[in-house]
Design a protein around this ligand. Structure first.
Ligand code: PPS
Length: 298
């Protein structure tokens, strides 16, 4: 469990069960940078038909999608009119991210935005508005490890807290709750306006992923164009060029854990002990099978 001596530089208090500053909306744990006023507006917002929402459980690759979608189509209102030239996170209200909702709400169409919200807290009218959602799924073991490193970068945990972190992850005591509930909430509602994409598939064949994304948002590209975007969107290139496009959170110590950390599938094998792996499989495997989800761990 993280102790206060870690001295995180957050504005809000840490919830010891979560080792993080959390804000509960309808009993659901959001980032400490969210608040009721913004969340009420988010759930009531009027989506537009040409909106595109990038959604995923934390550390699933949402920023990767954001950069790819900004290249597939380059004239998003949210980018044009945002002084920082970054795509906002819909549900946060803390500076320096500013109020993601306000930025998004006043932007001209078409709007691109990012969110980690679960299906049940997403803007209620999104289905009837027929806007588009790209939901990214990453295997929970890698998300768990990636989240641990990010929390280390926020000085919320240290190396020796790994076992506690893993336990909290399987218990769903994390920002945005339980991984499986989050993923199944979206996947079970997927349809013509909700596209599911897997991090591991993007790692294996980014050109196909770019092609699918471009078709989905209604800006189909040629094979050559998809190949060029895939080339510039690979991890090494993004690490060199894309940091200025990401809202990493002003308090992240990138010398402790860089935002572009490893960018691989299967890194969990470097962190999990055999028994931790068994715990994870016991908690998630059966339910993943029942849900019909196909999760790749490498
Ligand atoms: S956040 O903070 O929750 O919004 O993070 P998110 O962007 O969803 O996920 C961060 C992880 O995605 C990795 N990433 C990439 N992987 C492969 N290729 C590219 N281009 C890429 N860009 C970002 C990022 O490194 C985080 O994963 P880890 O495992 O920590 O490296």
């Amino acid at each position: 469990m993280a102790s206060n001596s870690l001295k995180p530089t957050f504005l809000t208090e840490i919830n010891p069960d979560y080792a993080a500053p959390v804000y509960f909306y309808d009993k659901f744990p959001l980032l400490g940078a969210s608040c009721k006023e913004v969340m009420d507006q988010v759930t009531d917002l009027e989506p537009r038909k040409d909106d595109v929402y990038i959604v995923g459980y934390p550390k699933s690759g949402t920023n990767w999608l954001q950069i790819l979608l900004s290249q597939i189509y380059q004239d998003w209102g949210t980018l044009r009119e945002n002084e920082q030239k970054r795509i906002p996170l819909l549900e946060v209200s803390e500076k320096p991210n500013l109020n993601g909702f306000q930025q998004f709400d006043k932007a001209s169409s078409p709007r691109l935005v990012k969110s980690h919200l679960p299906y049940h807290l997403f803007p209620r009218k999104h289905q009837e508005a027929d806007c588009k959602v790209v939901y990214i799924v990453r295997n929970p073991k890698d998300s768990c490890v990636s989240l641990f490193h990010m929390m280390k970068g926020f000085r919320l945990v240290r190396d020796e807290d790994w076992a506690d972190h893993m336990t909290r992850f399987v218990q769903g005591k994390m920002w945005y709750g339980n991984w499986l509930d989050h993923v199944t909430g979206w996947v079970n509602n997927a349809g013509h306006n909700i596209m599911i994409i897997h991090y591991e598939d993007m790692k294996k064949d980014l050109t196909s992923a770019v092609s699918r994304l471009s078709d989905f948002i209604g800006h189909p590209l040629s094979l050559t164009e998809c190949q060029l975007i895939a080339e510039s969107g690979n991890f090494d290139n993004m690490k060199k060029t894309a940091l200025h496009q990401i809202n990493v959170g002003g308090h992240l110590h990138q010398d402790v854990s860089p935002f572009f950390r490893k960018g691989v599938a299967g890194d969990w094998k470097n962190a999990f002990t055999v028994s931790q792996n068994e715990i994870f499989d016991t908690v998630f495997d059966q339910k993943v099978k029942e849900s019909g989800l196909k999760i790749s761990y490498e």
